[in-house]
Design a binder for this molecule. Structure first.
Ligand code: 13P
Length: 248
């Protein structure tokens, strides 16, 4: 089964409206054949980024699971959909660690995103200590099973799963191809426990210090269908070099 590669830049808490527009202008005129391309944008720049976007999809970086209500500071899936946002990152390790996002909340958020027409990118990954203690598999199993728990089997393939080892995020310490493949294969097999069809169709991304100089090797792995890129997605040249690596 051939899966469309997917390169997504996660800007995290970077880029004002003007900076987001400048990034989109630098990507304008590029059409992307054989690869899906997205950037995950702070709330304040979503509207402007979407208007300037061309062939680049625009994703949010988090959302609340409820459609509306007394949740000060939060944004719903319906609100994102109403301004044309295409998808949303859910369960990034920074949100889990720094802002208390739980697997229970993700059980509601992933189906809520799908129901609103957004593509969810569910992030999973182990800490360095968990890897050293032989706990990687247990952690990934738990996060994948919990995050996908309330997604019906026939919609599982629409979820994108990003394997992001926490020790590789923002550290310059990239997973080896063997480590990335082992984890990607495991994540795919865990989806397969729910649906054999989804196992073949679901896209599994790698994230963690992916750069223009290491992307090709990772993207060539059988169970790496793309990348979730932090630091290297802030400059259009670096980001587009990784996009090109996905199609060459
Ligand atoms: P870096 O590419 O900066 O390591 O960040 C990865 C990441 O967290 C993407 O979501």
């Amino acid at each position: 089964m051939s899966r469309m590669p997917f390169i997504a830049g996660n800007w995290k808490m970077n880029k004002t409206v003007a900076e987001a527009e400048a990034f989109m202008e630098a990507c304008a005129g590029r059409s992307f054949d054989g690869v899906d391309v997205a950037v995950c944008v702070p709330f304040t720049s979503l509207w402007a980024a979407k208007r300037a976007a061309g062939s680049v999809a625009v994703y949010a970086q988090t959302m609340h699971d409820a459609p509306s209500g007394a949740y000060t500071g939060e944004v719903s899936a319906a609100m994102l959909d109403a301004i044309g946002v295409d998808g949303v990152v859910l369960g990034h390790s920074e949100r889990r660690e720094l802002f208390g996002e739980t697997d229970k909340a993700l059980q509601r958020k992933v189906p809520a995103a799908l129901e609103a027409g957004l593509v969810p990118i569910l992030c999973v990954g182990e800490t360095e200590a968990e890897r050293e203690n032989g706990d990687m598999e247990r952690k990934l199993r738990h996060q994948v099973q919990e995050g996908l728990h309330s997604v019906p089997a026939e919609r599982l393939h629409e979820v994108v799963i990003a394997y992001e080892p926490i020790w590789a995020i923002g550290t310059g310490k990239v997973a080896t191809p063997e480590q990335a493949q082992e984890a990607g294969e495991l994540v795919r097999a865990l989806v397969g426990d729910r649906s054999k069809e989804a196992e073949q169709r679901v896209r599994v991304l790698y994230g963690g210090s992916m750069k223009p100089n290491n992307a090709a090797e990772l993207l060539a792995l059988p169970d790496c269908d793309g990348g979730l890129i932090g630091g290297a997605s802030l400059k259009p040249d670096d980001f587009l070099a990784i996009v090109d690596a996905a199609t060459s």
